[in-house]
Design a protein around this ligand. Sequence first.
Ligand SMILES: O=C(O)C(=O)C[C@]1(C(=O)O)C=C[C@@H](O)C=C1
Length: 279
Amino acid sequence: MSAEKPAPSLTELRQEIDRIDEAMHRLLMERGTIIDRLIASKKASKTGIASAFRPGREASMMKALAERHEGLLPLDTVESIWRVIIGTFTYVQSNYSVHADISGGDAPMRDSARFHFGFTVPYVTHPSAAAVIEAVASSGGDLGIFRLDQGATSGAWWRTLADRERPKVIARLPFIERPDHPAGTPVFVISKPLVDAAVRDVVLYAAQFERWHRGANEALIRLGGEVVASAADAHGLSELIAVPGTVEPAQLQETLTKAGASLAQLAEVGSHAERFHVK
Ligand SMILES: O=C(O)C(=O)C[C@]1(C(=O)O)C=C[C@@H](O)C=C1
């Protein structure tokens, strides 16, 4: 009869934890040693280092993390750890603040900013999406966040992103969508245009209509698109439309017109990575 192995003592288990913690810390410090090379590489790129944020890369990293994850540690925890790591690595490459529209309440926006960018990155509040857009437009390389589900009183904020040099939507958060996400308020992230560093799985358009037709909604859905927000103003009906990046503006215009909507203007206002859901 073989003697049973005694259970490891608390001291031994804590030694295991210390070994793992030290290895994780050393790996994080090693991750930090490549920052200078990241900065040099971005300085040489067309987009430059004004904003070090690379939303397509981040979306694919977060997707890989969610797909790889298993075991008893909640996905919420690993996601928040990596968001802080990546948000802070972006910050140390080029300092930035996150400007948030708190017209719908500070708590969900603060949760979203802290979850996705960490506590090292300054969080600055504003009374409206319009104020956030202006703060980002006059900054060096700051980011702005605001809710997708703005109330009707906030107006067609997306129209102010239309001109070429204006800030653009560069991401939609959270990257990993799921019910009960701990910071799950859907928000758009804006920054000054990222030139060739933007990810274009989903492209957003500000569309101005003289007349809208219900059939246009169905035609849009058939294209794989949706109306994200709409507001009526003195110019008619203004909509924020999301379509797959494979849909050309001319195709979008033709589809809407054929479906009976009278389109007066169509302007791109940003783009983001393909949305990713887990259960
Ligand atoms: O891959 C890059 O371009 C990086 O700067 C690295 C990194 C990261 O920490 O992993 C940080 C910022 C970017 O938004 C994406 C990823």
